[in-house]
Ligand binder design. Sequence first.
Ligand code: ASP
Length: 445
Amino acid sequence: MIKVVKFGGSSVANAGQFRKVKNIVDSDISRKFIVTSACGKSDNEDHKVTDLLYLCHAHIKYGVPFNNLFAVIEKKYMTIKQELNLKIDLDGEFEKIKKSMTKNINIDYLVSRGEYLAGLCLAEYLGADFVDAKDVILFDYDGKVNFERSKTALQERLKTDKKIVIPGFYGALPNGKIKIMSRGGSDITGAIIASLIDATIYENWTDVSGILVADPRIVENPKRIKYITYDELRELSFMGANVLHDETIFPVKEKKIPINIKNTNEPENHGTMIVDDCSERDEQKTPGFITGIAGKKDFTVFNCTKLNLSNEVGFLKRTLQLFEDFNINIKGIQAGIDTVNIILETQEIEEDRYIILSKLKEIIGFEHVSAFDNLSLIAVVGRGMSKRPGMSGKLFAELGLNNINIKTINQAIDEINVIIGVDNKDFEKAINCIYDRFITRGENK
Ligand code: ASP
């Protein structure tokens, strides 16, 4: 059994957290590959190292002195070094970084130093080998990871039986230049490593004990999801549930490597297991209807009408092309006999709203176009909804009983997700009603 374990920023925020990480790693011999984020926040007043590094870059760019800012980063790592009695030459590392901090610094290099330094400290503290991500996470020039080259490179570096620490969030382009991933990307590094070494499991250690059925800022004390499929998690993430980086699933899904979300501050908690297929695990073989509920506010619907629209070939294509021309991501489409509704994130169309509305009429040829704001979308996700009659009926009835008007409805053929649109003002109430009926009152069967 080989486990890849990834620790998020809060798990390596200070020396106390490093000690917890060591206990976790040492308690299981199969925890062989350790991926780390940069040091995160110790408390609300504190700052993430990655944020500070971005800020340093902005200072360099505008010619503002950055020394005081960089000193905050230095102090953070120095304190960890001192409290853990490490020998690492941090002064030398800081000198190297500071020398590179000139007008034409590569931002990716600078920002990746948070993970790099955390990785060096953690490797020494754990008595593990340090493998720099630039040597094993190899991108092609199009920004995609080249799994073949990365696998060979990683194998070449596995010389001892020791545990291996790899910094997350970055890798290298074919010319050796450092390239970072999008924010939160250490999750992806963990998944890539898990895939490269065919791990038995990918443990993702963070500061919560798994994924919750609903957002705790909306529902009081929601339950934890014990098992969830990759597909269900994708649906929830798309609608704003963000425990893991959205793209984490891709490298492990193909090989069906489970992801276990665990809490560094409560290691005995089982956390959430993300798997390809839950059928073996579903306690009574029939899962509950709902696995999770997520949602987002502030969508706008462009309602476009034209008589006999559904009989015109290519009309929809031309309509969608217009949004592509403006580089706008469409979040949903509903087409009727004489109508097309395009659902968009309000902030994305803020700038071009009027020009697009006028082009929809003048160029595409709609007779009427209008925009409706303040729409919230709520995704009710569950593998248990598939092929089980009555679920949508109960869901809609519950909202009706609570006087919540449903404005849009969407369900795909795999039936694991119903997306309903409600007015922004009903958003929190709708999520609470659904949670209450199906989870609290136990009508989830
Ligand atoms: N340190 C990076 C960030 O804050 C990457 C990560 O932690 O996953 O986004």
